[in-house]
Structure formats: structure tokens, C-alpha cells
Design a protein around this ligand. Structure first.
Ligand code: HEC
Ligand code: HEC
Ligand code: HEC
Ligand code: HEC
Ligand code: HEC
Length: 275
């Protein structure tokens, strides 16, 4: 190819929308092998079961392993479960909110102040009643269902909370998939993703108050912040379609210019030939 051809190809490449790789790809943090996993993985029954269940959990996906919850030394076979190395063992039912709440502080506070929290140890549910212990998955309003919520009382009050959560949950999932689309196009959405993630957590936490009025108040505030992100996403979308349009026009112009150059050059060569 001539120099001009290379130049043209270069120009065309520059006009392609955005880089093809993602600007803020994060590597997943799968926990390393530990002595806890090695020893318990080879056991049967109640001592081995947690390993398989945990493997499917959101905790594993986020690098939270046995010792992060139970304490102990994950590098030393002999001392692994020694209290000297911080081993906590398995918590009693009434201790579970404090056990999980070391990391989920906001949830723990909302829960303890709620009617559920105040009934802890007196027939009320705790974290594991609703989320399970080892196979904890991403939280969603599906956890509020006829089967799990009618073990202690009627579903009627559960249904009112679920309805109060449904709309916002829909907005959040919509935004999450919009941001994933933009990210695939190579646009950095880290800040917006951070905001949606924080609002998502704030929102999903509201449930633990089990108080319809508090859920309504919190929902209004969360929806306002989400609205701002939605506006930003819409702005980027329209920028992108304009960029595509102008990119297209520029390509056509370049092609025309390239054609003209070739023509000019040919005429010039022809004249040279004649002269
Ligand atoms: C060498 C094998 C071995 C290793 C290593 C090991 N465990 Fe255990 N674990 C056991 C056995 C056996 C039991 C049951 C007897 C007991 O409670 O001491 C047990 C019991 C437990 C229990 C239940 C305790 C209770 O109160 O019922 C937990 C929780 C636990 N292990 C977590 C861990 C964690 C976390 C680690 C790593 C820091 C770990 N284990 C490392 C063999 C092991
Ligand atoms: C998210 C925190 C968390 C993680 C991570 C976790 N556990 Fe547990 N584990 C618990 C809780 C809470 C209980 C008490 C469950 C209950 O009473 O329902 C428990 C109970 C246990 C028990 C006692 C089971 C019984 O039936 O007596 C064992 C054994 C155990 N865990 C081992 C493990 C091992 C091995 C791992 C890693 C694969 C692990 N746990 C990871 C929270 C966790
Ligand atoms: C050592 C810290 C730690 C402990 C202890 C812990 N978690 Fe987690 N948990 C995390 C992290 C980190 C995540 C992933 C980030 C996030 O989603 O907040 C997570 C995620 C979750 C989620 C999903 C949240 C979502 O975004 O949908 C639930 C539900 C959950 N944990 C429940 C529990 C329960 C129940 C316990 C106690 C049995 C527990 N956690 C103990 C650290 C912890
Ligand atoms: C009565 C059932 C119930 C109990 C008890 C309960 N949760 Fe939840 N939890 C839910 C439901 C339902 C959602 C999701 C609500 C939604 O989608 O808006 C949720 C959401 C969550 C989330 C996601 C929100 C966030 O901040 O990331 C975490 C983490 C969590 N729960 C942890 C806990 C912990 C820790 C406890 C104990 C202190 C607990 N839950 C007690 C039902 C429960
Ligand atoms: C282990 C038993 C148990 C389970 C399971 C349970 N609850 Fe409750 N719930 C209680 C108790 C105890 C109270 C407080 C006493 C009362 O009002 O009856 C309560 C109260 C409530 C209230 C009223 C709060 C208020 O301020 O008036 C709501 C709403 C509620 N629960 C929703 C749910 C939902 C949703 C689920 C399922 C995700 C659920 N509960 C699962 C035991 C339970």
C-alpha cells in the first residue's frame, strides 16, 4: 500500500468509536486455597457440607472465605482452629446478627432496631433464617415469598413491603444493564457504577426495618439519586449516537477526499507522461 493508503487507513481507525477493551475491567477475587478448605473439603456430613455450599455463594465470589467468618489461621493445619489464632467457631442463633454484622454494619443496625431484631431469641428471624448460612446469594425481593415469610405470621404485611420495593428494584436492574452496555463499548462507567452500587445497597438494606413507612421514605431518597445517574446515562447515549453520525459523515468525506487525491495524482502523472 502507498503512504497515502496507510494514512487513510490510520484516519479510519481513529474514527472507530472508542477502544474495544474495557476501561475499568476488574479481576474477580476468588479466595486462595486454605487449610480450612483442604481439611473440611475431605469431610462428610455437617463438617464437609459448608464447602460445597460456600462455593456457590456471593461471599466466595468476593473473596470471603471460611476464616473471614469463623476466624482461625488458614495457613496452619495444626493451629487452624485454635482460639489463640482468633478462631470463633460456629455462632449460636442469637449471636448470628453480631457475627454477620461485623461486615454488614448498616444492615445489622437496621435489623436490630426493627420488630424482627427486637424479637431476636424470642421467635424472631435472624440473618441466616432468610439468607442461609453458607450458600448466601445476591439479595433480591424474591427473598420475600409466601413460603419463607409465613412460617411465623401471615403474608399480608410482607406483601406490602414487597410492593414498596418492586419499582425501585426494577430501576436499579435497568441501570445496571445500561451501565454494562456502556462498559462493553469501552466507556469508563466506574463512578456511576459505584453510585448505583452504593444506592443499591442502601436500598436493599431498607427492607430490614420491616417498616413500610421507613421503606417509603428511604425509597424516595434513593430514587432521586438514581434519577441523576439515569440522566447522565441518557446524555452519554445521545453523545454516542451523535459521534457515530459525525464519524460516518467524516468517513464519507475522507473517502471522497481520498478519491479526489487519487484523481488529481493520476491527472498529474498523465500530464507528466505527456510532458
Ligand atoms: C486438620 C483438619 C481441619 C482443619 C485444617 C480445619 N478444621 Fe474445622 N473442623 C475439623 C474437625 C474435625 C471439626 C469437628 C470437631 C471440632 O469441632 O473440633 C471441625 C469443626 C469446625 C467448625 C464447627 C465448630 C463448631 O462449633 O461446631 C468450624 C466452624 C470450623 N471447623 C471451621 C474451620 C476453619 C475456619 C478452618 C481454617 C481456619 C478450619 N476449620 C480448619 C477439622 C479441621
Ligand atoms: C458468611 C459467613 C460464613 C462463611 C464464609 C462460612 N461460614 Fe461456616 N457458618 C457460618 C454460620 C453463621 C454458621 C452457623 C449456622 C447456623 O447456626 O445456622 C456456620 C456453621 C458452620 C459449621 C457448623 C455446622 C453445623 O451444622 O454444626 C461448620 C463446620 C462450618 N460453618 C464450616 C465452614 C467452612 C469449612 C467454611 C468455608 C468453606 C465456612 N464455614 C464458611 C457462617 C459462615
Ligand atoms: C468478613 C466479612 C463478611 C462477613 C462476616 C459476612 N459477609 Fe456478607 N458479604 C461480604 C462481602 C464483601 C460481600 C460482597 C459485597 C456486597 O455485596 O456487599 C457480601 C455479600 C453479602 C450478601 C449479598 C449482598 C448483595 O449485594 O446482594 C448477603 C445477602 C450477605 N453478604 C449476607 C451475609 C450473612 C447472612 C452473613 C452471616 C452469615 C454475612 N453476610 C457475613 C462480607 C461479609
Ligand atoms: C426476614 C428476612 C431477613 C432477615 C432476618 C435478614 N435479611 Fe437481609 N435481606 C432480606 C431481603 C428480603 C433482602 C433484599 C431486599 C431487597 O431486595 O430490597 C435483604 C438484603 C440484604 C443485603 C443486601 C443489602 C446490602 O446492604 O448489600 C444484605 C447484605 C443482607 N440482607 C444481610 C443481612 C444480615 C447481615 C442480616 C442479619 C443482621 C439480615 N440480612 C437479616 C431478608 C432478610
Ligand atoms: C422466624 C419467624 C419469622 C419469620 C420467618 C419472618 N418473620 Fe416477620 N415477624 C416476626 C416477628 C416475631 C415479628 C414481630 C412480632 C409481630 O409483629 O408479630 C414480625 C414482624 C414483621 C412485620 C411487622 C413489622 C412492624 O413494624 O409492624 C413485617 C412487615 C414482617 N415481619 C415481615 C416479614 C417478611 C417480609 C418476612 C420474610 C422475608 C418475615 N417477616 C419472616 C417473625 C418472623
Amino acid at each position: 500500500m502507498h503512504a497515502k493508503g496507510w494514512l487513510l487507513a490510520g484516519c479510519l481507525l481513529l474514527l472507530l468509536p472508542g477502544p474495544v477493551f474495557s476501561a475499568d475491567e476488574e479481576a474477580p477475587t476468588i479466595p486462595r486455597e486454605t487449610v480450612c478448605l483442604q481439611c473440611h473439603g475431605g469431610m462428610e456430613g455437617r463438617l464437609g457440607a459448608p464447602v460445597g455450599l460456600w462455593k456457590q455463594s456471593i461471599h466466595r465470589q468476593n473473596g470471603i472465605s471460611c476464616h473471614d467468618c469463623h476466624g482461625g489461621d488458614p495457613t496452619d493445619f495444626a493451629m487452624a482452629m485454635s482460639p489463640e489464632r482468633g478462631f470463633r467457631g460456629a455462632p449460636e442463633k442469637a449471636e448470628i446478627p453480631a457475627f454477620c454484622g461485623r461486615c454488614h454494619i448498616g444492615v445489622k443496625d437496621d435489623y436490630l432496631a426493627s420488630k424482627h431484631g427486637r424479637a431476636l431469641g424470642k421467635g424472631g428471624p435472624q440473618c441466616v433464617t432468610c439468607h442461609g448460612n453458607h450458600a448466601v446469594v445476591k439479595a433480591s425481593p424474591d427473598l420475600i415469598n409466601d413460603k419463607d415469610c409465613t412460617r411465623c405470621h401471615s403474608f399480608e404485611r410482607a406483601a406490602r413491603i414487597k410492593a414498596a420495593l418492586a419499582d425501585t428494584d426494577h430501576i436499579i436492574s435497568g441501570l445496571e444493564s445500561d451501565l454494562a452496555d456502556l462498559r462493553r463499548l469501552g466507556i469508563s462507567v466506574k463512578k456511576m457504577r459505584g453510585e448505583v452500587f452504593a444506592k443499591r445497597n442502601e436500598f436493599h438494606r431498607l427492607f430490614h426495618t420491616v417498616d413500610v413507612n421507613k421503606v417509603h421514605q428511604g425509597t424516595a431518597a434513593v430514587q432521586k439519586s438514581l434519577g441523576k445517574v439515569a440522566t447522565e446515562v441518557a446524555g452519554i447515549r445521545s453523545d454516542l449516537s451523535q459521534r457515530k453520525l459525525w464519524g460516518g459523515i467524516a468517513i464519507v468525506l475522507l473517502l471522497v477526499a481520498g478519491g479526489l487525491c487519487l484523481l488529481l495524482r493520476r491527472t498529474y502523472h498523465d500530464e507528466e507522461g505527456k510532458g
